[in-house]
Write a protein that binds this ligand. Structure first.
Ligand code: G4P
Length: 530
Protein backbone atom coordinates (compact mmCIF):
# COMPACT_ATOMS: atom_id res chain seq x y z
CA UNK A 1 0.00 0.00 0.00
CA UNK A 2 2.80 2.45 0.80
CA UNK A 3 4.38 1.73 -2.57
CA UNK A 4 1.02 2.24 -4.16
CA UNK A 5 0.70 5.68 -2.55
CA UNK A 6 4.15 6.61 -3.85
CA UNK A 7 3.30 5.40 -7.33
CA UNK A 8 -0.08 7.17 -7.36
CA UNK A 9 1.45 10.39 -6.04
CA UNK A 10 4.18 10.34 -8.65
CA UNK A 11 1.66 10.31 -11.49
CA UNK A 12 -0.28 13.28 -10.17
CA UNK A 13 0.08 17.01 -10.82
CA UNK A 14 -1.97 19.40 -8.71
CA UNK A 15 -2.06 22.98 -9.93
CA UNK A 16 -4.11 26.15 -10.25
CA UNK A 17 -4.23 28.96 -12.78
CA UNK A 18 -3.58 32.45 -11.45
CA UNK A 19 -4.50 35.45 -13.55
CA UNK A 20 -6.10 38.84 -13.61
CA UNK A 21 -9.80 38.73 -14.58
CA UNK A 22 -10.24 38.55 -18.36
CA UNK A 23 -6.78 37.17 -19.08
CA UNK A 24 -8.56 33.99 -20.22
CA UNK A 25 -8.57 31.63 -17.25
CA UNK A 26 -12.01 30.17 -17.98
CA UNK A 27 -11.16 29.81 -21.64
CA UNK A 28 -7.90 28.09 -20.80
CA UNK A 29 -9.54 25.76 -18.27
CA UNK A 30 -12.05 24.77 -20.88
CA UNK A 31 -9.33 24.23 -23.47
CA UNK A 32 -7.30 22.13 -21.04
CA UNK A 33 -10.35 19.99 -20.31
CA UNK A 34 -10.83 19.54 -24.04
CA UNK A 35 -7.25 18.45 -24.65
CA UNK A 36 -6.96 16.18 -21.68
CA UNK A 37 -9.62 13.71 -20.79
CA UNK A 38 -11.87 15.31 -18.19
CA UNK A 39 -12.45 12.62 -15.62
CA UNK A 40 -15.32 14.51 -14.04
CA UNK A 41 -17.30 15.74 -17.03
CA UNK A 42 -17.07 19.49 -17.36
CA UNK A 43 -19.88 19.69 -19.86
CA UNK A 44 -22.66 20.48 -17.44
CA UNK A 45 -21.16 23.64 -16.06
CA UNK A 46 -21.64 26.96 -17.71
CA UNK A 47 -19.42 29.95 -18.11
CA UNK A 48 -19.98 33.61 -18.69
CA UNK A 49 -22.61 34.59 -21.20
CA UNK A 50 -23.71 31.91 -23.56
CA UNK A 51 -20.29 30.35 -23.95
CA UNK A 52 -19.92 26.93 -22.44
CA UNK A 53 -17.32 27.24 -19.77
CA UNK A 54 -15.97 25.67 -16.68
CA UNK A 55 -16.28 28.39 -14.09
CA UNK A 56 -18.41 27.33 -11.18
CA UNK A 57 -21.13 29.92 -11.29
CA UNK A 58 -23.91 27.98 -9.63
CA UNK A 59 -24.74 30.65 -7.15
CA UNK A 60 -27.39 33.15 -8.21
CA UNK A 61 -25.35 36.00 -6.78
CA UNK A 62 -22.30 34.90 -8.65
CA UNK A 63 -24.36 34.73 -11.81
CA UNK A 64 -25.86 38.15 -11.27
CA UNK A 65 -22.45 39.70 -10.79
CA UNK A 66 -20.57 37.63 -13.31
CA UNK A 67 -18.06 36.55 -10.73
CA UNK A 68 -16.97 33.15 -9.59
CA UNK A 69 -16.50 32.84 -5.86
CA UNK A 70 -16.62 29.13 -5.32
CA UNK A 71 -13.67 26.92 -5.96
CA UNK A 72 -13.53 23.30 -6.79
CA UNK A 73 -11.30 20.91 -8.66
CA UNK A 74 -11.37 19.50 -12.14
CA UNK A 75 -9.64 16.19 -12.60
CA UNK A 76 -8.08 15.49 -15.98
CA UNK A 77 -5.96 12.70 -17.30
CA UNK A 78 -3.34 12.78 -19.98
CA UNK A 79 -1.62 9.52 -20.82
CA UNK A 80 -1.03 7.98 -17.43
CA UNK A 81 -0.87 11.26 -15.54
CA UNK A 82 -3.74 12.58 -13.43
CA UNK A 83 -4.04 16.36 -13.32
CA UNK A 84 -5.95 18.10 -10.55
CA UNK A 85 -6.78 21.61 -11.68
CA UNK A 86 -8.05 23.65 -8.76
CA UNK A 87 -10.37 26.49 -9.61
CA UNK A 88 -9.60 29.88 -8.06
CA UNK A 89 -12.06 32.77 -7.67
CA UNK A 90 -11.46 35.35 -10.37
CA UNK A 91 -12.35 38.43 -8.37
CA UNK A 92 -9.67 40.33 -6.46
CA UNK A 93 -11.94 40.72 -3.44
CA UNK A 94 -11.63 37.00 -2.86
CA UNK A 95 -7.85 36.87 -2.84
CA UNK A 96 -7.90 35.28 0.61
CA UNK A 97 -9.85 32.38 -0.87
CA UNK A 98 -7.46 32.17 -3.75
CA UNK A 99 -4.56 32.07 -1.35
CA UNK A 100 -6.11 29.05 0.37
CA UNK A 101 -6.45 27.27 -2.94
CA UNK A 102 -2.83 28.08 -3.72
CA UNK A 103 -1.88 26.51 -0.39
CA UNK A 104 -3.29 23.24 -1.72
CA UNK A 105 -1.38 23.05 -5.03
CA UNK A 106 2.14 22.02 -5.98
CA UNK A 107 2.44 24.35 -8.96
CA UNK A 108 0.73 27.40 -10.47
CA UNK A 109 0.20 28.47 -14.05
CA UNK A 110 0.41 32.26 -14.35
CA UNK A 111 -1.70 33.36 -17.28
CA UNK A 112 -0.93 36.76 -18.79
CA UNK A 113 -2.70 38.74 -21.46
CA UNK A 114 -0.08 39.49 -24.15
CA UNK A 115 -1.31 43.07 -24.50
CA UNK A 116 -1.44 43.79 -20.78
CA UNK A 117 1.41 41.85 -19.22
CA UNK A 118 1.38 41.86 -15.43
CA UNK A 119 -1.81 43.25 -13.93
CA UNK A 120 -2.62 44.02 -10.27
CA UNK A 121 -4.32 40.74 -9.48
CA UNK A 122 -1.54 38.75 -11.16
CA UNK A 123 0.98 40.53 -8.97
CA UNK A 124 -0.98 39.81 -5.80
CA UNK A 125 -1.45 36.14 -6.64
CA UNK A 126 2.14 35.74 -7.69
CA UNK A 127 3.12 37.14 -4.30
CA UNK A 128 1.09 34.36 -2.64
CA UNK A 129 3.05 31.82 -4.71
CA UNK A 130 6.32 33.46 -3.76
CA UNK A 131 5.55 33.28 -0.03
CA UNK A 132 4.91 29.56 -0.39
CA UNK A 133 7.75 29.04 -2.89
CA UNK A 134 5.32 27.46 -5.32
CA UNK A 135 6.87 26.85 -8.76
CA UNK A 136 5.16 28.92 -11.46
CA UNK A 137 4.79 28.18 -15.18
CA UNK A 138 3.92 31.27 -17.25
CA UNK A 139 1.64 31.23 -20.25
CA UNK A 140 1.34 34.39 -22.34
CA UNK A 141 -2.14 34.28 -23.79
CA UNK A 142 -4.04 36.05 -26.59
CA UNK A 143 -1.05 35.99 -28.91
CA UNK A 144 -3.46 36.03 -31.83
CA UNK A 145 -4.18 39.67 -31.06
CA UNK A 146 -1.92 42.72 -31.21
CA UNK A 147 0.14 42.77 -28.05
CA UNK A 148 3.51 43.61 -26.65
CA UNK A 149 6.98 42.49 -27.67
CA UNK A 150 7.89 39.10 -26.20
CA UNK A 151 11.25 40.38 -24.94
CA UNK A 152 9.55 43.30 -23.24
CA UNK A 153 7.16 40.88 -21.50
CA UNK A 154 10.08 38.76 -20.29
CA UNK A 155 11.77 41.89 -18.94
CA UNK A 156 8.62 42.87 -17.12
CA UNK A 157 8.39 39.44 -15.48
CA UNK A 158 11.97 39.57 -14.37
CA UNK A 159 11.92 43.23 -13.22
CA UNK A 160 8.61 43.29 -11.42
CA UNK A 161 8.40 39.75 -10.06
CA UNK A 162 12.08 39.11 -9.52
CA UNK A 163 11.72 35.67 -11.12
CA UNK A 164 13.84 34.72 -14.07
CA UNK A 165 11.83 33.81 -17.20
CA UNK A 166 13.03 30.85 -19.28
CA UNK A 167 11.07 30.57 -22.55
CA UNK A 168 10.31 27.01 -23.63
CA UNK A 169 9.28 28.18 -27.07
CA UNK A 170 9.28 31.48 -28.91
CA UNK A 171 6.63 33.16 -31.06
CA UNK A 172 7.15 33.29 -34.79
CA UNK A 173 5.63 36.54 -36.07
CA UNK A 174 4.47 39.36 -33.84
CA UNK A 175 1.41 39.37 -31.60
CA UNK A 176 -1.55 39.93 -33.89
CA UNK A 177 0.29 38.38 -36.83
CA UNK A 178 1.02 35.15 -35.13
CA UNK A 179 2.59 32.43 -37.30
CA UNK A 180 3.30 29.86 -34.61
CA UNK A 181 5.94 28.97 -32.07
CA UNK A 182 9.39 27.46 -32.35
CA UNK A 183 9.61 23.81 -31.40
CA UNK A 184 12.88 23.18 -29.57
CA UNK A 185 12.34 19.40 -29.78
CA UNK A 186 12.48 19.31 -33.57
CA UNK A 187 14.39 22.50 -34.28
CA UNK A 188 11.44 23.56 -36.42
CA UNK A 189 8.16 25.19 -35.47
CA UNK A 190 4.51 24.51 -34.83
CA UNK A 191 2.53 26.49 -37.33
CA UNK A 192 -0.60 28.19 -36.17
CA UNK A 193 -3.65 27.71 -38.31
CA UNK A 194 -6.84 29.48 -37.59
CA UNK A 195 -9.83 27.21 -37.40
CA UNK A 196 -13.31 28.64 -37.62
CA UNK A 197 -14.85 28.80 -34.16
CA UNK A 198 -11.67 27.48 -32.62
CA UNK A 199 -13.50 24.57 -31.06
CA UNK A 200 -11.22 21.85 -32.36
CA UNK A 201 -8.14 20.35 -30.83
CA UNK A 202 -5.70 20.07 -33.72
CA UNK A 203 -4.56 23.49 -34.82
CA UNK A 204 -0.80 23.27 -34.76
CA UNK A 205 1.00 21.85 -37.77
CA UNK A 206 4.61 20.78 -37.17
CA UNK A 207 7.06 22.19 -39.71
CA UNK A 208 10.75 21.35 -39.94
CA UNK A 209 13.26 24.20 -40.05
CA UNK A 210 13.46 24.09 -43.84
CA UNK A 211 9.71 24.32 -44.32
CA UNK A 212 9.42 26.97 -41.59
CA UNK A 213 11.99 29.08 -43.44
CA UNK A 214 10.21 28.57 -46.75
CA UNK A 215 6.81 29.59 -45.40
CA UNK A 216 7.69 32.25 -42.87
CA UNK A 217 11.07 33.55 -44.05
CA UNK A 218 12.15 36.53 -41.94
CA UNK A 219 9.67 35.86 -39.14
CA UNK A 220 11.08 32.38 -38.76
CA UNK A 221 14.74 33.45 -38.92
CA UNK A 222 14.18 36.19 -36.36
CA UNK A 223 12.33 33.89 -33.95
CA UNK A 224 14.87 31.08 -34.29
CA UNK A 225 17.74 33.48 -33.72
CA UNK A 226 16.14 35.20 -30.72
CA UNK A 227 15.28 31.89 -29.12
CA UNK A 228 18.78 30.58 -29.65
CA UNK A 229 20.32 33.71 -28.17
CA UNK A 230 18.03 33.60 -25.16
CA UNK A 231 18.58 29.96 -24.37
CA UNK A 232 22.32 30.20 -25.02
CA UNK A 233 22.53 33.05 -22.50
CA UNK A 234 21.06 32.44 -19.07
CA UNK A 235 17.45 31.97 -20.19
CA UNK A 236 17.55 28.19 -20.63
CA UNK A 237 15.22 26.09 -18.51
CA UNK A 238 16.80 24.54 -15.45
CA UNK A 239 14.51 22.15 -13.56
CA UNK A 240 16.13 22.67 -10.16
CA UNK A 241 15.88 26.45 -10.45
CA UNK A 242 12.25 26.17 -11.52
CA UNK A 243 11.38 23.89 -8.58
CA UNK A 244 13.08 26.37 -6.25
CA UNK A 245 10.75 29.03 -7.73
CA UNK A 246 13.67 31.11 -8.96
CA UNK A 247 12.80 30.73 -12.63
CA UNK A 248 9.56 30.43 -14.54
CA UNK A 249 9.24 28.57 -17.85
CA UNK A 250 7.33 30.70 -20.38
CA UNK A 251 5.03 29.55 -23.18
CA UNK A 252 3.09 31.52 -25.77
CA UNK A 253 -0.39 30.70 -26.97
CA UNK A 254 -3.98 31.63 -27.67
CA UNK A 255 -6.34 29.71 -25.42
CA UNK A 256 -9.48 30.72 -27.28
CA UNK A 257 -8.04 29.16 -30.45
CA UNK A 258 -6.62 26.19 -28.58
CA UNK A 259 -3.16 27.16 -29.67
CA UNK A 260 -0.36 26.37 -27.24
CA UNK A 261 -2.69 24.52 -24.90
CA UNK A 262 -1.28 21.06 -25.67
CA UNK A 263 2.22 22.46 -25.01
CA UNK A 264 1.06 23.84 -21.69
CA UNK A 265 -0.43 20.49 -20.67
CA UNK A 266 2.77 18.74 -21.70
CA UNK A 267 4.77 21.24 -19.65
CA UNK A 268 2.63 20.69 -16.56
CA UNK A 269 3.00 16.93 -16.97
CA UNK A 270 6.76 17.04 -17.59
CA UNK A 271 7.88 19.86 -15.31
CA UNK A 272 5.35 20.45 -12.51
CA UNK A 273 6.40 18.60 -9.36
CA UNK A 274 4.31 15.62 -8.21
CA UNK A 275 2.93 15.71 -4.65
CA UNK A 276 5.69 15.26 -2.13
CA UNK A 277 6.06 15.16 1.66
CA UNK A 278 3.84 17.77 3.38
CA UNK A 279 5.37 19.72 6.25
CA UNK A 280 3.54 19.72 9.58
CA UNK A 281 3.44 22.36 12.32
CA UNK A 282 6.59 20.92 13.83
CA UNK A 283 8.37 21.33 10.51
CA UNK A 284 8.43 17.55 10.09
CA UNK A 285 7.74 16.24 6.59
CA UNK A 286 5.07 13.54 6.30
CA UNK A 287 5.98 11.42 3.28
CA UNK A 288 3.31 10.62 0.71
CA UNK A 289 3.42 6.94 1.68
CA UNK A 290 2.66 7.66 5.36
CA UNK A 291 -0.83 6.80 6.65
CA UNK A 292 -3.61 8.97 5.30
CA UNK A 293 -3.61 12.71 6.00
CA UNK A 294 -5.23 15.71 4.38
CA UNK A 295 -6.01 19.33 5.05
CA UNK A 296 -9.14 21.39 4.50
CA UNK A 297 -8.51 24.44 2.33
CA UNK A 298 -12.08 25.47 1.65
CA UNK A 299 -15.45 25.11 3.33
CA UNK A 300 -18.60 25.91 1.43
CA UNK A 301 -22.18 25.87 2.60
CA UNK A 302 -25.29 25.76 0.50
CA UNK A 303 -23.76 24.80 -2.83
CA UNK A 304 -26.89 22.90 -3.60
CA UNK A 305 -29.91 25.14 -3.00
CA UNK A 306 -32.14 22.05 -2.82
CA UNK A 307 -30.55 20.94 0.42
CA UNK A 308 -28.22 23.31 2.19
CA UNK A 309 -25.30 21.15 3.04
CA UNK A 310 -21.82 21.98 4.08
CA UNK A 311 -18.96 20.81 1.98
CA UNK A 312 -15.31 20.81 3.00
CA UNK A 313 -12.66 20.54 0.29
CA UNK A 314 -9.67 18.57 1.42
CA UNK A 315 -6.37 18.02 -0.31
CA UNK A 316 -4.94 14.58 0.27
CA UNK A 317 -1.38 14.98 1.57
CA UNK A 318 -0.38 11.39 2.32
CA UNK A 319 -1.63 7.84 2.00
CA UNK A 320 -4.84 6.60 0.50
CA UNK A 321 -8.20 8.17 1.15
CA UNK A 322 -10.95 5.62 1.31
CA UNK A 323 -14.58 6.65 1.46
CA UNK A 324 -16.16 5.33 4.62
CA UNK A 325 -12.99 5.49 6.68
CA UNK A 326 -13.24 7.16 10.06
CA UNK A 327 -10.57 9.83 10.32
CA UNK A 328 -9.50 12.07 13.18
CA UNK A 329 -9.78 15.84 13.17
CA UNK A 330 -6.45 17.05 14.57
CA UNK A 331 -7.98 20.24 16.04
CA UNK A 332 -10.73 18.56 18.05
CA UNK A 333 -9.28 15.01 18.25
CA UNK A 334 -12.79 13.83 17.36
CA UNK A 335 -13.59 11.20 14.77
CA UNK A 336 -14.84 12.31 11.36
CA UNK A 337 -16.96 9.96 9.22
CA UNK A 338 -16.25 10.09 5.50
CA UNK A 339 -19.34 8.30 4.33
CA UNK A 340 -20.08 10.95 1.71
CA UNK A 341 -17.12 12.01 -0.38
CA UNK A 342 -17.41 13.69 -3.75
CA UNK A 343 -15.51 15.30 -6.53
CA UNK A 344 -17.05 18.68 -7.22
CA UNK A 345 -16.74 20.94 -10.17
CA UNK A 346 -19.36 23.58 -10.76
CA UNK A 347 -22.67 21.80 -10.51
CA UNK A 348 -21.20 18.41 -11.17
CA UNK A 349 -20.73 16.06 -8.27
CA UNK A 350 -19.54 12.50 -8.32
CA UNK A 351 -18.91 10.07 -5.52
CA UNK A 352 -15.23 9.45 -4.83
CA UNK A 353 -14.35 6.05 -3.39
CA UNK A 354 -10.63 6.53 -3.13
CA UNK A 355 -8.14 9.33 -3.59
CA UNK A 356 -4.38 9.75 -3.46
CA UNK A 357 -1.92 12.49 -2.57
CA UNK A 358 -2.62 15.60 -4.63
CA UNK A 359 -6.31 14.79 -5.13
CA UNK A 360 -9.12 16.96 -3.82
CA UNK A 361 -12.02 15.39 -1.97
CA UNK A 362 -15.27 17.19 -1.20
CA UNK A 363 -16.50 15.98 2.18
CA UNK A 364 -20.24 16.29 2.56
CA UNK A 365 -21.98 17.10 5.85
CA UNK A 366 -18.78 18.60 7.13
CA UNK A 367 -20.34 20.62 9.95
CA UNK A 368 -17.40 19.80 12.20
CA UNK A 369 -14.73 21.00 9.78
CA UNK A 370 -13.16 24.42 9.40
CA UNK A 371 -10.76 25.93 6.92
CA UNK A 372 -7.24 24.88 7.90
CA UNK A 373 -8.23 21.65 9.68
CA UNK A 374 -6.10 18.53 9.36
CA UNK A 375 -7.64 15.05 9.10
CA UNK A 376 -5.57 11.95 9.59
CA UNK A 377 -5.69 8.22 10.00
CA UNK A 378 -3.69 6.31 12.66
CA UNK A 379 -0.51 8.40 13.06
CA UNK A 380 -1.44 11.92 14.26
CA UNK A 381 -0.32 14.98 12.35
CA UNK A 382 -1.28 18.67 12.26
CA UNK A 383 -0.54 20.83 9.26
CA UNK A 384 -0.08 24.58 9.60
CA UNK A 385 -3.34 26.53 9.48
CA UNK A 386 -4.05 29.01 6.72
CA UNK A 387 -3.27 32.64 7.45
CA UNK A 388 -5.96 35.30 7.45
CA UNK A 389 -5.26 38.27 5.18
CA UNK A 390 -5.05 41.83 6.41
CA UNK A 391 -8.59 43.19 6.15
CA UNK A 392 -9.06 46.61 4.63
CA UNK A 393 -12.83 47.05 4.89
CA UNK A 394 -14.89 47.02 8.06
CA UNK A 395 -18.62 47.16 8.73
CA UNK A 396 -20.89 46.56 11.70
CA UNK A 397 -23.58 44.03 10.91
CA UNK A 398 -26.80 43.90 12.96
CA UNK A 399 -29.91 41.74 12.59
CA UNK A 400 -32.70 43.86 11.10
CA UNK A 401 -35.28 41.82 12.90
CA UNK A 402 -34.52 41.41 16.62
CA UNK A 403 -36.57 38.19 16.59
CA UNK A 404 -34.00 36.63 14.24
CA UNK A 405 -31.03 37.24 16.54
CA UNK A 406 -30.35 33.54 16.97
CA UNK A 407 -30.31 32.88 13.22
CA UNK A 408 -28.11 35.94 12.76
CA UNK A 409 -25.56 34.67 15.30
CA UNK A 410 -25.55 31.25 13.69
CA UNK A 411 -25.09 32.76 10.25
CA UNK A 412 -22.20 34.92 11.40
CA UNK A 413 -20.56 31.91 13.02
CA UNK A 414 -20.91 29.93 9.81
CA UNK A 415 -19.52 32.71 7.61
CA UNK A 416 -16.60 32.97 9.99
CA UNK A 417 -15.86 29.25 9.91
CA UNK A 418 -16.01 29.23 6.14
CA UNK A 419 -13.63 32.17 6.06
CA UNK A 420 -16.06 34.31 4.01
CA UNK A 421 -15.33 37.26 6.30
CA UNK A 422 -13.35 37.80 9.47
CA UNK A 423 -15.42 38.43 12.59
CA UNK A 424 -14.22 40.92 15.19
CA UNK A 425 -15.96 41.48 18.51
CA UNK A 426 -15.50 43.65 21.58
CA UNK A 427 -17.31 44.07 24.88
CA UNK A 428 -18.09 47.62 23.92
CA UNK A 429 -19.93 46.65 20.74
CA UNK A 430 -21.52 43.45 22.03
CA UNK A 431 -22.20 40.14 20.31
CA UNK A 432 -25.27 41.43 18.42
CA UNK A 433 -23.15 43.96 16.55
CA UNK A 434 -20.02 42.20 15.33
CA UNK A 435 -17.59 44.04 13.10
CA UNK A 436 -17.09 42.11 9.88
CA UNK A 437 -13.73 42.60 8.24
CA UNK A 438 -12.91 41.92 4.60
CA UNK A 439 -10.12 42.14 2.09
CA UNK A 440 -12.58 43.34 -0.55
CA UNK A 441 -16.07 44.85 -0.19
CA UNK A 442 -17.71 42.13 -2.24
CA UNK A 443 -17.17 39.76 0.67
CA UNK A 444 -19.77 41.87 2.53
CA UNK A 445 -22.20 41.42 -0.30
CA UNK A 446 -21.80 37.67 -0.06
CA UNK A 447 -22.18 37.78 3.73
CA UNK A 448 -25.33 39.93 3.56
CA UNK A 449 -26.82 37.82 0.79
CA UNK A 450 -26.23 34.61 2.66
CA UNK A 451 -27.44 35.92 6.01
CA UNK A 452 -30.71 36.88 4.36
CA UNK A 453 -31.27 33.95 2.01
CA UNK A 454 -29.67 31.10 3.85
CA UNK A 455 -30.17 31.97 7.49
CA UNK A 456 -33.32 34.06 7.20
CA UNK A 457 -31.64 36.88 9.07
CA UNK A 458 -31.49 40.05 6.95
CA UNK A 459 -28.82 42.35 8.35
CA UNK A 460 -28.17 46.06 8.33
CA UNK A 461 -24.67 47.17 7.48
CA UNK A 462 -22.85 50.24 8.80
CA UNK A 463 -19.47 50.78 7.22
CA UNK A 464 -16.75 51.91 9.63
CA UNK A 465 -14.25 54.56 8.69
CA UNK A 466 -11.23 52.35 9.30
CA UNK A 467 -8.80 51.42 6.59
CA UNK A 468 -5.78 49.94 8.35
CA UNK A 469 -5.51 46.88 10.60
CA UNK A 470 -2.62 45.67 12.73
CA UNK A 471 -2.19 43.02 15.35
CA UNK A 472 -1.60 44.34 18.82
CA UNK A 473 -0.19 43.14 22.13
CA UNK A 474 -2.00 42.73 25.48
CA UNK A 475 0.00 45.67 26.87
CA UNK A 476 -0.71 48.12 24.07
CA UNK A 477 -4.33 47.07 23.28
CA UNK A 478 -5.97 49.20 26.05
CA UNK A 479 -3.76 52.17 25.14
CA UNK A 480 -4.69 51.99 21.46
CA UNK A 481 -8.36 51.47 22.26
CA UNK A 482 -8.49 54.82 24.08
CA UNK A 483 -7.21 56.77 21.08
CA UNK A 484 -9.31 58.77 18.68
CA UNK A 485 -9.47 57.18 15.22
CA UNK A 486 -8.59 53.74 16.59
CA UNK A 487 -10.26 50.75 18.18
CA UNK A 488 -9.21 47.29 19.34
CA UNK A 489 -11.31 44.19 18.80
CA UNK A 490 -10.75 40.48 19.12
CA UNK A 491 -10.87 38.20 16.13
CA UNK A 492 -12.53 34.83 16.72
CA UNK A 493 -9.16 33.07 16.48
CA UNK A 494 -8.05 35.08 19.52
CA UNK A 495 -5.89 37.59 17.65
CA UNK A 496 -6.19 41.10 19.02
CA UNK A 497 -6.73 43.42 16.05
CA UNK A 498 -6.26 47.19 16.17
CA UNK A 499 -8.11 49.28 13.58
CA UNK A 500 -7.08 52.76 12.50
CA UNK A 501 -8.69 55.31 10.25
CA UNK A 502 -5.56 55.47 8.10
CA UNK A 503 -1.83 54.81 8.01
CA UNK A 504 -1.03 58.25 9.29
CA UNK A 505 -3.17 57.76 12.41
CA UNK A 506 -1.62 54.37 12.93
CA UNK A 507 1.95 55.68 12.81
CA UNK A 508 1.14 58.58 15.12
CA UNK A 509 -0.23 56.16 17.71
CA UNK A 510 2.60 53.66 17.13
CA UNK A 511 5.16 56.36 18.02
CA UNK A 512 3.78 56.48 21.55
CA UNK A 513 4.08 52.71 22.00
CA UNK A 514 7.05 50.41 22.59
CA UNK A 515 8.57 49.13 19.32
CA UNK A 516 6.83 46.04 17.94
CA UNK A 517 3.48 46.82 19.57
CA UNK A 518 1.61 46.82 16.26
CA UNK A 519 2.97 43.98 14.14
CA UNK A 520 1.70 43.85 10.55
CA UNK A 521 -0.80 41.19 9.48
CA UNK A 522 -0.44 38.70 6.65
CA UNK A 523 -0.50 40.06 3.13
CA UNK A 524 0.09 43.60 4.38
CA UNK A 525 2.37 45.67 2.17
CA UNK A 526 4.69 46.10 5.12
CA UNK A 527 5.26 42.51 6.00
CA UNK A 528 4.12 38.98 6.50
CA UNK A 529 2.61 37.42 9.55
CA UNK A 530 3.35 33.71 9.29
P1 G4P B 1 -11.19 35.01 -17.25
O1 G4P B 1 -11.79 33.69 -16.91
O2 G4P B 1 -9.72 35.07 -16.98
O3 G4P B 1 -11.90 36.19 -16.68
O4 G4P B 1 -11.28 35.21 -18.81
P2 G4P B 1 -12.17 34.50 -19.92
O5 G4P B 1 -11.71 33.13 -20.15
O6 G4P B 1 -13.60 34.72 -19.61
O7 G4P B 1 -11.73 35.37 -21.16
C1 G4P B 1 -11.93 36.77 -21.22
C2 G4P B 1 -12.09 37.19 -22.66
O8 G4P B 1 -10.87 36.94 -23.36
C3 G4P B 1 -13.15 36.41 -23.40
O9 G4P B 1 -13.73 37.28 -24.33
C4 G4P B 1 -12.35 35.35 -24.13
O10 G4P B 1 -12.99 34.87 -25.27
C5 G4P B 1 -11.12 36.14 -24.50
N1 G4P B 1 -9.95 35.29 -24.73
C6 G4P B 1 -9.46 34.27 -23.98
N2 G4P B 1 -8.36 33.73 -24.53
C7 G4P B 1 -8.14 34.41 -25.67
C8 G4P B 1 -7.16 34.31 -26.71
O11 G4P B 1 -6.25 33.48 -26.69
N3 G4P B 1 -7.27 35.20 -27.72
C9 G4P B 1 -8.25 36.13 -27.78
N4 G4P B 1 -8.26 36.94 -28.83
N5 G4P B 1 -9.19 36.25 -26.84
C10 G4P B 1 -9.14 35.40 -25.80
P3 G4P B 1 -15.13 37.97 -24.09
O12 G4P B 1 -15.40 38.81 -25.28
O13 G4P B 1 -15.15 38.62 -22.75
O14 G4P B 1 -16.10 36.76 -23.96
P4 G4P B 1 -16.67 35.83 -25.13
O15 G4P B 1 -17.82 36.56 -25.65
O16 G4P B 1 -15.57 35.62 -26.12
O17 G4P B 1 -17.04 34.60 -24.38
Amino acid sequence: MSNEATAEASRRRTFAVISHPDAGKSTLTEALALHAHAIAEAGAVHGKGSRRGVVSDWNEMEQARGISITSAALQLSIDDVVLNLLDTPGHADFSEDTYRVLAAVDCAVMLLDAAKGLEPQTLKLFEACRVRRTPVITMINKWDRPGREPLELLDEISDRLGIHPTPLNWPVGIAGDFRGVTDPQTGGMTEFTRTPGGATIAVGEPLDAHEAARRHADDWYRAAEEFELLTASDHAHDQAEFLAARTTPVLFGAAVLNFGVAELLRTVVDLAPPPSAWTDVEQQPRPVDAPFSGFVFKVQTGMDPAHRDRLAFMRVCSGRFERGAVLTNARTRRPFQTKYAQSVFGRERKTIDEAWPGDVVGLVNAQALRVGDTLYDSRPVTYPGLPRFTPEHFAVFRPRDAGRAKQFRRGIEMLDQEGIVQVLVSDRRGAQAPVLAAVGPMQFEVAAHRLEHEFGAPASRDPLQYGVARRTTPESAPVVDRQRGAEVLERTDGVSVALFTDKWRMSTIARELPAGSLPPMFGDDDGVDP
